[in-house]
Design a protein around this ligand. Structure first.
Ligand SMILES: CC(C)(COP(=O)(O)OP(=O)(O)OC[C@H]1O[C@@H](n2cnc3c(N)ncnc32)[C@H](O)[C@@H]1OP(=O)(O)O)[C@@H](O)C(=O)NCCC(=O)NCCS
Length: 176
């Protein structure tokens, strides 16, 4: 499969479901505001989940500091999908260390995946994921991992469709 170079703006017109103007590019510090907006929207969509519903009141201020540091970090990339100049989707990918006793030493860890409701089911995530695979391959990463919430039926279907299978469950126990 031919994969796009991650740091360039890529035209994705080959997928005929996509708007002609849809592009995917690596976010820069200039995109901090929209990165915050999309990632907080993702958290707000998970308001029923036992972990993600506990959003801190100062989350926007924390997000600003945290996401700025992430945008500066060379071990990771945040991709933005844009349609006619407006951001419609986001995906973050980190070159993460594996467990010290196991292969592989590093893998691509995908997180913060969100497509605005009006742009869903048009291949925006597929386009973001293609960019992330390309970024991983350029760095010699041959495995991608991610977590999704167990009750998110769309996410379960999406990641199945994109070739991910479940290998672990995250369990939570509230201690009194
Ligand atoms: C999950 C999400 C990112 C998918 O984005 P999207 O741009 O709509 O996905 P795509 O159109 O690229 O779909 C890719 C494939 O996933 C599957 N898929 C997508 N949405 C689906 C749905 N609602 N139900 C079942 N399968 C679905 C399909 O197989 C689809 O391929 P196809 O259209 O060729 O059949 C989007 O629904 C979203 O932002 N949801 C809220 C946030 C969220 O749950 N994020 C995931 C966190 S892990």
């Amino acid at each position: 499969m031919d994969l796009p170079a991650s740091d360039q703006q890529e035209s994705l017109e080959a997928d005929d479901r996509l708007d002609a103007g849809l592009t995917v590019r690596a976010a820069t510090m200039a995109d901090l505001a929209v990165v915050i907006e999309l990632r907080l929207a993702l958290l707000r969509e998970h308001s029923e989940n036992p972990i993600y519903r506990r959003l801190r009141p100062d989350a926007p201020a924390r997000a600003s500091r945290l996401f700025a540091a992430q945008l500066r970090c060379e071990r990771e990339v945040t991709f933005l999908a844009e349609s006619d100049g407006s951001a419609v989707g986001i995906l973050r990918c980190v070159a993460s260390a594996g467990l010290p006793l196991l292969f592989p030493a590093r893998h691509g860890y995908i997180s913060s995946v969100y497509v605005v409701p009006s742009a869903r089911r048009h291949g925006v995530l597929r386009a973001l994921f293609t960019a992330a695979i390309g970024w991983c391959r350029e760095r010699g990463l041959r495995e991608a991992r991610l977590h999704n919430t167990v009750e998110n039926e769309t996410a379960n279907a999406v990641w199945d469709a994109l070739g991910f299978h479940v290998v672990e469950h995250l369990r939570v126990c509230h201690l009194s």
